[in-house]
Design a protein around this ligand. Structure first.
Ligand SMILES: *[C@@H]1O[C@H](CO)[C@@H](O)[C@H](O)[C@H]1NC(C)=O
Ligand SMILES: *[C@@H]1O[C@H](CO)[C@@H](O)[C@H](O)[C@H]1NC(C)=O
Ligand SMILES: *[C@@H]1O[C@H](CO)[C@@H](O)[C@H](O)[C@H]1NC(C)=O
Ligand SMILES: *[C@H]1O[C@H](CO)[C@@H](O)[C@H](O)[C@H]1NC(C)=O
Length: 733
């Protein structure tokens, strides 16, 4: 490309250098654009962008970013934002070609999604990069711009690009303002989506909090200024990300993001924010107990061009992590665990070694139990893990153990920790031991081996605390990290976790594994709106009686795999006769889940049981969808091009309640364009039939597609195959 730079220096309203006009044209082609006579003739016709108003006030209000104190444009991904562009003449929708470029990071690339070309479309579809002209006012156009829920977050430089009608010249305009794109807990298409507004207010927008410390039964609270909206904090957060030397193409993934931040808040890796010190000698810096909040720490880090701030301990690491993640838009809370264990050898137990005389063997005792330890919970879906692991994830920025060679920890799903599924990513064994490791006393035998002489099951992990939503109360969230101490489920979790650790034989293995458990789904699965039964099939392969204690839980899930709410919990004892198959029925009642149901009707059954005679553990998770009824579509008449025909669409309301404001969408390529039919209400269990007339326009095999929508019911579809004949009078031509 030959590039001619011309007459370019437009000034923006702020007076700063604002942009340049560039003409690019392919080399070797005949149509040379000659500056001079020809150009002057068309001067008024050429469209140029003169200025851009990023509409901060309106955008910030809609995007919940009005609290940021800097005079910059901050928006959240997966939500429409708007801008006014002032042009050199009125915009012509038919002939003018305009689009936006957004670039982020040092080497923006289209393939890495760090250089985005935003096309101008007629109508916005959502969840992708696109822009549409929504208002015109003389020489000004208002654009609505959409971004996907997976967009890279960070600072984007904006360019407006206008292509000349002849396709050869390109005029670009760069406004002085950049666009800062954040995660969006308000958008369903973002994996940090958090459904509850009060929780979003607390975990994203609250800039003051409480951090708990002290000890069990003497819990103290301190107020912490997170200050995530203070002037310069967002810039510092992005500076931390730059210093992490990670690729910005990965900054759209919250799993990756919290891992990066947990590594960067401590300085054990390069260029981190805080130096940890526990020795009591803090002369060269600030005593960790003197900090009142994160802002001073982050300001000091930024002002010193990234040299680590002295000193931090766990609550300081936790407080700074909450600030950075809330600032970037990931729902985060600071969590305190009392009697928090530190397992150094991945045994998942806290091992205490004594010799023959019950004296501690000093060089062998590395595990420890701290009065308290502080870390963070972050909210996100986990598409990289089996369903059910979305939701709160533990992230720990205090440097303790390395994870894949760097000092970071998490995100570890709380569900996986509770169930002892420590093989799931990331760092579940470490977090598991912190909250639920047993303390085991090992005594040395004469031959140098060790025997287990006592197990304390309840000492580790108490009163796990975080600030309550919307108040300064302490919220005890221990139950989210583990089942009740001493319960069957809790013991199963501990044993499951240890069997994956470095001392898998700590607990006695089952004497036999002769019972199998399986969830069976009859037909196409339970129907939405009616009560159903789930069947669990047990087979006893032994020739003795087997008794099983079984805990079952049914929960409503988001389609992202995030747990919404448990609506049914049962515990029962089963007596399984020998060499037989036993079917156990679990009732699923509509009235228990109807008010909880979200979009796709996804449910999850969790079974956790133990065979009494053998100690065999039976555990499984079974996800399934509730079946919605189909739309039945029946063509009437012979389908011929140009001749009117009709279809009959019928549907039965499966719910024992009235469906409100039902709308149908129908369409079919070559049959009829997209149409919206407003139907109204459909009574409980009511049957409706709708007739739709249309005239096919194309011959061949076509599909008539219909879908039904209302607030109580989604995912109702139907399709009919229609073969359209050519019109007989035309066929001979
Ligand atoms: C924390 O607040 C106290 C009381 O306002 C103040 O004296 C102290 O200097 C603050 N700490 C830091 C590190 O600024
Ligand atoms: C803290 O945990 C201990 C042990 O589980 C319990 O006995 C105590 O009641 C808890 N204290 C508070 C204030 O919840
Ligand atoms: C197993 O179940 C049978 C029948 O309910 C009962 O008689 C027996 O005591 C149970 N055994 C154990 C070990 O619980
Ligand atoms: C297992 O088989 C033995 C031998 O037939 C029988 O006594 C026992 O009840 C069976 N248990 C189960 C779980 O079916």
């Amino acid at each position: 490309l030959v590039s001619l730079r011309m007459s370019a220096m437009t000034k923006s309203t702020t007076g700063r250098f604002a942009g340049l006009v560039r003409i690019d044209r392919p080399q070797g082609k005949g149509d040379t654009v000659i500056p001079g006579k020809d150009k002057d003739k068309n001067k008024d016709l050429i469209l140029k962008a003169k200025s851009i108003d990023l509409m901060k006030i309106e955008n910030h209000k809609n995007h919940h970013t009005d609290l940021y104190q800097d005079n910059i444009c901050v928006i959240r991904r997966s939500q429409t934002f708007q801008m006014w562009i002032t042009l050199s003449r009125p915009f012509n929708r038919h002939t003018d070609r305009l689009h936006l470029h957004l670039k982020t990071g040092p080497i923006p690339k289209v393939g890495k999604r760090t250089h985005v070309i935003v096309p101008l479309v007629e109508e916005l579809n959502g969840n992708c990069w696109e822009a549409a002209v929504v208002e015109e006012n003389d020489k000004r156009i208002k654009l609505s711009v959409n971004s996907p829920g997976t967009a890279v977050i960070g600072r984007y430089r904006l360019t407006v690009e206008i292509t000349c009608p002849n396709g050869l010249a390109i005029y670009t305009f760069n406004p002085s303002d950049d666009i800062y794109m954040l995660f969006n807990p308000w958008s369903k298409d973002d994996s940090v989506f958090l459904h509850d507004e009060e929780e979003r207010q607390e975990y994203v927008l609250n800039d003051v909090g409480r951090i708990y410390c002290g000890r069990v039964n003497q819990i103290e609270a301190r107020t912490w200024n997170y200050g995530q909206f203070d002037s310069g904090i967002l810039a510092t957060c992005l500076y931390i990300l730059e210093n992490s030397k990670t690729l910005c193409s990965g900054w759209g993934d919250p799993v990756n993001m919290v891992r990066i931040i947990s590594a960067m808040v401590n300085s054990n890796n390069e260029c981190g924010v805080l130096v940890g010190k526990w020795s009591g000698d803090y002369k060269e810096g600030t005593n960790p107990t003197f900090w009142n909040g994160s802002v001073e720490i982050l300001q000091q880090y930024y002002a010193s061009k990234g040299s680590p701030v002295k000193y931090g301990q766990c609550w300081v690491f936790g407080g700074v992590t909450t600030t950075v993640l809330r600032c970037l838009g990931i729902p985060t809370r600071t969590v305190t665990n009392f009697n928090s264990a530190h397992d150094t050898d991945v045994s998942l137990t806290i091992d205490v070694y004594v010799d023959e005389n019950m004296d501690f063997i000093t060089n062998k005792n590395h595990d420890s139990i701290w009065n308290f330890h502080v870390w963070n919970d972050c909210w996100m879906a986990r598409p990289d893990l089996p369903p059910g692991n979305g939701g709160w994830q533990a992230v720990d920025a205090t440097p303790q153990e390395t994870s894949n060679g760097i000092y970071c920890c998490g995100p570890a799903p709380l569900t996986a920790i509770r169930n002892g599924q420590v093989y799931l990513k990331y760092d579940c064994p470490f977090v598991f031991a912190e909250v639920n490791g047993d303390r085991i006393l090992w005594q040395r035998n004469a031959d140098g081996t060790y025997s287990k002489i006592s197990i304390e099951q309840k000492v580790v992990g108490c009163n796990i605390s975080t600030k309550a939503v919307g108040s300064d109360e302490r919220n005890d969230i221990t139950h989210m990290y583990k089942y009740a101490e001493g319960s069957e489920e809790e013991r199963i979790a501990v044993e499951t976790a240890c069997s994956y650790g470095s001392k898998p034989d700590t607990y006695e293995s089952p004497t036999a594994k002769d019972v199998t458990m399986k969830v069976v789904m009859e037909g196409e699965g339970p129907k939405l709106g009616s009560d159903a039964e789930l069947i669990v099939k047990f087979i006893n392969h032994s020739c003795e009686n087997r008794n099983v204690s079984l805990n079952s839980q049914l929960a409503v899930m988001y389609y992202t795999g995030v747990h919404k709410a448990t609506f049914q919990k049962e515990k029962r004892d089963l007596d399984l006769p020998p060499n037989k198959e036993t079917k156990v029925k679990l009732a699923l009642s509509y009235h228990k889940y109807k008010d909880l149901l979200v979009d796709q009707g996804a449910l999850m059954l969790t079974l956790l049981g133990r065979v009494k005679e053998t100690q065999q553990v039976l555990a499984t998770q079974f996800g399934f969808l509730l079946r919605t009824p189909d739309l039945i579509i029946k063509p009437i008449g012979t389908p011929v091009v140009g001749q009117k025909m009709k279809v009959e669409i019928s549907f039965i309301n499966p719910l024992p309640e009235e469906l409100k404001d039902v709308v149908l969408n129908v369409e079919g390529i070559g049959l009829l364009p997209v149409q919206r039919i407003t139907y109204g209400d459909i009574c409980s269990h009511g049957r409706v039939t709708i007739t739709k007339d249309f005239t096919p326009t194309l011959t061949g095999a076509k599909k008539f597609v219909a879908s039904l929508h209302c607030s109580q019911l989604t995912q109702v579809h139907g399709v009919a195959d229609i073969y359209v004949e050519a019109c007989s009078s035309n066929t001979q031509e």
